[in-house]
Design a protein around this ligand. Structure first.
Ligand SMILES: [Zn+2]
Length: 244
């Protein structure tokens, strides 16, 4: 049963502290008609099959056909209403992850989004973009920091389409600057293989940009990590810890 496989995959990755910086991340499974995505407030480490929200993919796809308000706050509220309307009967009590639209865009059956420490070194590193170009430009896209939710999904959609035109395939990884990574596969084994490939590539990188913890002395990282899920739960948004 695919929802069971999704749950097991989510628990396995969610329990690894190296993979879930700041407690976040989300996962999904899709078939032709439906998307099951982690509900807001659920933890990957302990999520059960009921912790996923079942959404109509036709309804999610229709969101990209609509014209929404130019005002960002109004627009996100309108999109959220349409996303909630995409829930299947019986799912009304759950709130889908704000990144449900992005999960729906990725063609793979299983999708994994995490904030691993090793990826943090890449996407938050000073030379991260350069290292990305060297290691992944033929199989991945890099997305600059942008508003989460609908706007991010439109940016990723355009970048994925451009990548597909240039390379004749969809990107295997989506690296979000200052944030984390999305990857996927049509089986859990394929997701694991994609994940392993990425980790090995990053580990083999001699000039790998590392977190400089000494620069973070004046920030209480564990506290930020414990607060982030609460803010996410309240806002339905993605919480990213950034130094500016
Ligand atoms: Zn995230």
């Amino acid at each position: 049963m695919s929802l069971q496989a999704l749950t097991e995959m989510s628990n396995r990755y969610g329990r690894n502290p190296d993979y879930v910086l700041a407690g976040g991340g989300n996962t999904s499974y899709k078939d032709a008609q439906y998307l099951w995505v982690k509900a807001s407030g659920m933890k990957l480490a302990t999520i059960e099959p009921e912790g996923f929200v079942k959404l109509s993919r036709a309804r999610l796809n229709a969101i990209f056909e609509h014209t929404y308000s130019a005002d960002p706050d109004t627009r996100e509220a309108q999109v959220l209403a349409d996303m909630l309307d995409a829930r299947c009967p019986g799912e009304e009590k759950k709130r889908p992850s704000v990144e449900a639209l992005l999960h729906n865009l990725i063609p793979d059956a299983y999708v994994l989004h995490l904030h691993p420490t090793v990826v943090g070194g890449l996407v938050c590193g000073k030379d991260g973009r350069k290292v990305f170009e060297q290691l992944f430009s033929d199989r991945a896209i890099w997305i600059e920091p942008t508003m989460p939710g609908y706007y991010l999904s439109t940016v990723v959609k355009a970048a994925s389409e451009a990548f597909e035109q240039a390379h004749g395939k969809t990107p295997a990884y989506i690296f979000l600057e200052n944030h984390g990574v999305f990857t996927g596969g049509d089986s859990v084994e394929a997701v694991d293989a994609a994940w392993k490939y990425m980790e090995e590539k990053l580990a083999a990188c001699g000039e790998f940009p590392v977190w400089d913890d000494t620069q973070l002395d004046d920030f209480d990282i564990p506290r930020a990590a414990s607060i982030a899920p609460a803010i996410r739960g309240l806002t339905g948004g993605t919480v990213t810890f950034m130094r500016t």
